[in-house]
Design a protein around this ligand. Structure first.
Ligand SMILES: Cc1cc2nc3c(=O)[nH]c(=O)nc-3n(C[C@H](O)[C@H](O)[C@H](O)COP(=O)(O)OP(=O)(O)OC[C@H]3O[C@@H](n4cnc5c(N)ncnc54)[C@H](O)[C@@H]3O)c2cc1C
Length: 508
């Protein structure tokens, strides 16, 4: 069943197997079972180190990847191809004994976890956010005998997805209870099951020369530029990587014809770690105050001090702000069409927003769902002409302009949306299962209220050195009033802010 190219890649990877492994497969006579059996047999035929055993597992069809004589708890309920192909390859290699490519501190932390942790992750094979979660949980299962993980393809286990009301992927259950939904790194997942470092963990830190707030393209670039000056540099980031963690293909990062967001985020992290930079990931800043030094208070109460600070807190999806949006988030209200689109296969959905991202989402979804209603507030769509042409060529899309979304309606999950026709002021109701909100971004700067000057959109005002109105405080990237918000522009402004901060340090 494997295509020639994939088979060739897999053959090469399988030469790296260190020890024998056993694939235990549980199948019946449905089509997915047949495909799964053919996949595991094909894999076993490629390496003398792999054997297949037919057994009965908790889910059928599924297969687990095990050491000889020892179950690891790594199970795939579904065919791990598409975006999960890498998860399959890594599982085979890691179970065979190849060390996972994660920090030694994370390995030690996983090994030291005590107790029973049975993870189940619901994914779709077209979800680019899912493999990180699957791979992180697999690493945890491989390293700790108390931890198991089953990846479940929602398309193959629709009854489970429905009975557990899973409407966003990846969704992770732990010991039968909902744990988290959406992309999460190994570090983030570990933080959910272990004690987070409290304020005392940060107490003994000496003041920094440059403290960067935000770990996206702008923050990473700023930290690298600062550290290369040989000065004491730290980064506080709520989630290292930033928006690119939610981006599939990137084709305008100059020098790379094509890359993917998570891959770029991983190289940013690797580059940052090349330098002596104190990376404080999974920490949110909540207050900034200029005293002798600039003081940054974290959500956990710790106060970090620095001679200069670079704010690069980027932006997040803008909420439509109507009743039902927050209530039904991940219960029919979604923001990532690539990830969650497949969960609405054959059903009706709406996209709120007629800009480029909204229309791209509508085109994408039209190939999967039964019908898409696009709701645009303005009298015209704002998307590029070429996207509009493509949209209007699709038979299962309705575009409603001048439409003000009033409410997203549901019981335990979304079942409709109401909007006001701004021309006639009439209210309309559309029955549907999902609403994708695509109305742009909002800067993450509320926490700077009354301290740093911002424009009416909340963007930080900076001069050409990246300096804000507060001496010693600089800003870069999407959280600033830069005319365009792009990766390469954020990286450039991160560099500018770091050089500006260095200049400030040597003059003061
Ligand atoms: C779906 C999508 C597709 C895109 N595609 C492209 C593309 O193809 N090409 C392109 O050039 N650009 C693209 N962009 C835009 C690009 O991703 C952004 O311009 C870029 O990521 C901005 O970088 P940044 O570092 O300024 O901010 P972000 O990437 O938003 O990073 C902000 C960082 O700050 C952290 N943070 C936020 N608040 C706090 C706080 N209070 N305390 C601590 N940390 C905090 C975040 O966790 C994160 O680490 C896309 C954006 C999206 C959403």
């Amino acid at each position: 069943m494997l295509e020639a190219e994939i088979k060739q890649q897999l053959e090469q990877y399988l030469q790296l197997l260190e020890n024998d492994i056993v694939l235990k497969v549980s199948v019946s006579d449905d089509n997915v079972s047949k495909e799964m059996l053919s996949l595991v047999n094909e894999i076993a035929d490629m390496s003398s180190k792999i054997t297949v055993e037919q057994v009965e597992l908790y889910r059928t069809p599924s297969f687990s990847v095990n050491r000889v004589g020892e179950d690891t708890g790594v199970t795939f309920a579904g065919i791990p191809l598409g975006h999960e192909f890498t998860s399959l390859v890594l599982a085979l290699l890691q179970v065979s004994g190849r060390a996972p490519k994660v920090d030694q501190s994370a390995i030690d932390q996983i090994k030291s976890i005590e107790g029973e942790f049975h993870f189940e992750s619901y994914v779709s094979l077209s979800c680019h956010n899912c493999p990180d979660v699957v791979q992180a949980l697999n690493v945890m299962s491989v390293l700790n005998p108390g931890i198991t993980h089953t990846m479940i393809d929602g398309a193959a286990f629709k009854h489970e997805v429905e009975s557990r009301d899973v409407m966003a992927v990846p969704t992770v259950y732990l010991n039968g209870e909902f744990l988290t939904s959406g992309r999460a790194s190994l570090e983030e997942l570990l933080a959910k099951i272990t004690d987070a470092p409290d304020a005392s963990h940060f107490e003994d830190k000496d003041p920094f020369d440059v403290l960067v707030v935000g770990g996206g393209p702008a923050g990473s670039s700023a930290a690298i530029y600062a550290a290369r000056k040989g000065i004491r540099t730290g980064i506080v980031a709520e989630r290292f990587g930033g928006q690119i963690m939610d981006t599939l293909s990137i084709e305008n990062f100059i020098s790379q014809k094509y890359t993917e967001g998570p891959k770029l985020a991983a190289s940013l992290e690797e580059h940052v770690k090349e330098y002596n930079i104190d990376v404080m990931n999974l920490q949110r800043a909540k207050r900034l105050e200029k005293k002798d030094l600039v003081e940054l208070e974290l959500e956990n109460g710790a106060v970090l001090k620095s001679k200069s600070v670079i704010i690069s807190t980027g932006a997040r999806w803008r909420n439509v702000g109507v009743p039902g949006e927050a209530e039904f988030k991940n219960k029919g209200v979604a923001y990532c069409p690539h990830c969650d689109g497949p969960l609405f296969e054959g059903r009706d959905v709406a996209v709120i927003g007629g800009g480029n991202s909204g229309i791209e989402a509508a085109i994408d979804l039209a190939g999967i769902v039964k019908h898409v209603t696009v709701l645009e507030f303005m009298p015209e769509l704002k998307a590029d002409e070429v996207l509009q042409e493509r949209l209007y060529s699709l038979p299962n899309v309705t575009v409603v302009k001048n439409a003000q979304t009033k409410e997203i309606i549901g019981d335990d999950k979304v079942n409709g949306i109401t909007y006001i026709d701004r021309d006639t002021e009439e209210e309309h109701h559309v029955e549907l299962a999902g609403v994708f909100v695509q109305i742009g971004l909002v800067p993450n700067t509320e926490w700077l209220d009354g301290v740093i000057e911002r424009n009416r959109f909340g963007e930080i005002l900076v001069d050409r050195h990246g300096a804000t109105n507060v001496p010693g405080v600089f800003a870069a990237g999407d959280c600033t009033d830069s005319a365009y918000k792009q990766i390469i522009i954020s990286m450039g402004s991160g560099a500018t802010a770091a050089l500006g901060a260095f200049d400030h340090l040597i003059r003061n």
